[in-house]
Design a protein around this ligand. Structure first.
Ligand SMILES: Nc1ncnc2c1ncn2[C@@H]1O[C@H](COP(=O)(O)OP(=O)(O)OP(=O)(O)O)[C@@H](O)[C@H]1O
Ligand SMILES: [Mg+2]
Length: 509
């Protein structure tokens, strides 16, 4: 792709960008939120028409008019936002548009068998006849990846494929990528997780403000230098990676804000305990399926409980619906920003003030001026890249949508904020800023329950880490004891007393 330009009303998304990938190469595309990565891909696959520039594919000039056409010509893509059909079955989603047929009729039996076999390659054992929406987003992501890989493509584009996957699933995906590479397939890989890029990619293209600023073998650039190029800063100004924006020294333990005891619901929750104090950040750790999101949803009143007790400031607080929880001062920033988070066709302003509307309204009328002030403040505070508050949220880059979702709950000025993967999809520069914002708010008395798959976020950012396994609380580690090893040991083995720290025996069951 040479000299690619693309403007949207009020925004220049790409100006003279270039990108080149060779067969059998795994190529990283990096840049800050809003740098133009996804737009570059959408220009390639015909989702958007470019304003200028040339695209050569497999030796000839191409101009794909739709993703279907791109796919037919050997380019398959996993877009940043999973765009499958939730009400259709897993198998239908994989084979949509090219269902195996027999005498013109869909051969369901073969389709189901093929889908199951394909998913097994990804370590996913699931009933492929059930609707996709029954599965958690990690598995949905795996389905999207399986679909893309199943086309016999020459280039597979993956726009942040790993953001909702856990370590084991990432490892499986990397096996598949290695296999594609060995077959001579080119893979374009976009991710904000630098460790992953260094683990799997051969070359890297760095974008900033719609332009390509560097292109090199990834072994020829240090992580620090890569971040500096990406942010347009000097090496010395860049934070060491692996260092978060948290600094817990200013936090002081105050009275208990939330107590949840012995939460139970089916197999998902089998005796989870968690408490959060005012001004405290509590990390919630666990492997996929350990019940982290379930605990959050139960506290927020999104799912009913079969048993258990929840108290907020000492008062019983079993909320029947999220609206009750919001009224009691709880905010919940969900991990699934597409399904439960932002409302794509509404403006940035409307999305930000959605949860705060009832409190902004005086005698039922929402003061537009107050709303505007609040919105301006948070756009600035979180550095949301937008052409203005009236821009539709769906036009923001993925990372900026995530910031908008966080801003919505901050607008509410909550007492307790539940964050499910708060920095997913956020670039390394903005990540530290969001972490220090969370840190600062906790310093002012906000209680935070933070679910994170990133271990540094838990070890550096939590006053306490609660570890779940099989829907049960199995360990509670104060900051000083919450080392990476101790958390991992508890997640895997559920040991009440992590003996990894003592260097003792490792032959646990
Ligand atoms: N349909 C659209 N309408 C208007 N502006 C758009 C549209 N799509 C993208 N943009 C703008 O183009 C710029 C580049 O966005 P893009 O989605 O390519 O960023 P990105 O590098 O993928 O970021 P992220 O890491 O957050 O996903 C952003 O400023 C974005 O707001
Ligand atoms: Mg993007």
């Amino acid at each position: 792709m040479e000299q690619i330009s693309k403007a949207f009303p009020g925004v220049i998304a790409l100006s003279g960008a270039h990108l080149s990938i060779a067969p059998g190469e795994v190529h990283a595309l990096v840049g800050q939120n809003g740098a133009g990565k996804s737009t570059m891909i959408k220009v390639l696959t015909g989702v958007y028409r470019r304003d200028s520039g040339t695209i050569m594919f497999d030796g000839r000039a191409v101009d794909f008019h739709s993703p279907q056409q791109a796919q037919a010509n050997g380019v398959s893509t996993i877009y940043q936002e999973v765009n499958l059909v939730p009400f259709r079955s897993v198998a239908e989603n994989i084979f949509m548009g090219r269902e195996p047929r027999h005498w013109g009729l869909i051969d369901w039996r073969r389709m189901h068998a093929d889908a199951a076999a394909l998913l097994r390659r990804f370590g996913v054992e699931t009933d492929v006849t059930q609707p996709l929406l029954n599965l958690n987003i990690a598995v949905q992501q795996m389905v999207a990846i399986a679909r893309a890989v199943s086309f016999r493509s020459k280039l597979v584009v993956m726009d942040e494929p790993t953001s909702s996957l856990d370590e084991r699933e990432v490892a499986t995906l990397f096996d598949v990528i290695r296999q594609l590479k060995a077959d001579g397939v080119a893979v374009l890989f976009i991710s904000h997780r630098l460790d992953e890029l260094y683990a799997i990619c051969d070359r890297v293209t760095i974008m900033r403000d719609g332009q390509t600023v560097d292109e090199r073998p990834i072994s020829a650039i240090s992580q620090l230098e890569l971040v500096a190029r990406m942010l347009g800063k000097e090496l010395g100004e860049v934070q060491r990676s692996g260092q978060t924006g948290f600094d817990l020294s200013a936090h002081q333990a105050a009275q208990t804000l939330l107590e949840a005891h012995d939460l139970r619901r089916g197999r998902a929750l089998q005796g989870a305990d968690v408490s959060v104090g005012a001004g405290e950040i509590v990390g919630l750790a666990g492997l996929l399926g350990a019940g982290r999101t379930e605990v959050a949803r139960a506290i927020f009143g999104a799912d009913p409980l079969e048993a258990g007790e929840i108290r907020m400031a000492g008062q019983p607080a079993q909320f029947r619906a999220p609206s009750d929880a919001i009224r009691a001062g709880i905010g919940f920033c969900s991990e699934d920003r597409k399904a439960e988070g932002i409302i794509p066709f509404m403006s940035v302003r409307e999305n930000l003030t959605l949860a705060a509307l009832p409190t902004l309204a005086r005698s039922g009328i929402v003061s537009r001026e107050r709303q505007q002030q609040l919105v301006d403040r948070f756009i600035k505070r979180l550095g949301i890249k937008t052409s203005g508050p009236e821009q539709k949220v769906r036009e923001l880059s993925g990372g900026n949508q995530q910031k908008a979702l966080l801003a919505r709950w901050l607008c509410l000025n909550p007492k307790l904020l539940i964050l499910d993967e708060p920095t997913r999809g956020i670039d390394v520069g903005a990540k530290g800023e969001i972490q220090s914002l969370i840190n600062e708010l906790a310093g002012q008395g906000l209680g935070v329950l933070m679910i994170s798959s990133e271990i540094e976020e838990l070890t550096e950012g939590s006053n306490r880490v609660v570890v779940l396994r099989d829907g049960r609380t199995v360990a509670e580690l104060p900051h000083a004891e919450a080392s990476q090893d101790a958390i991992m040991a508890a997640m895997a083995h559920g040991s009440e007393t992590p003996d990894a720290a003592q260097g003792g025996s490792h032959d646990q069951p």
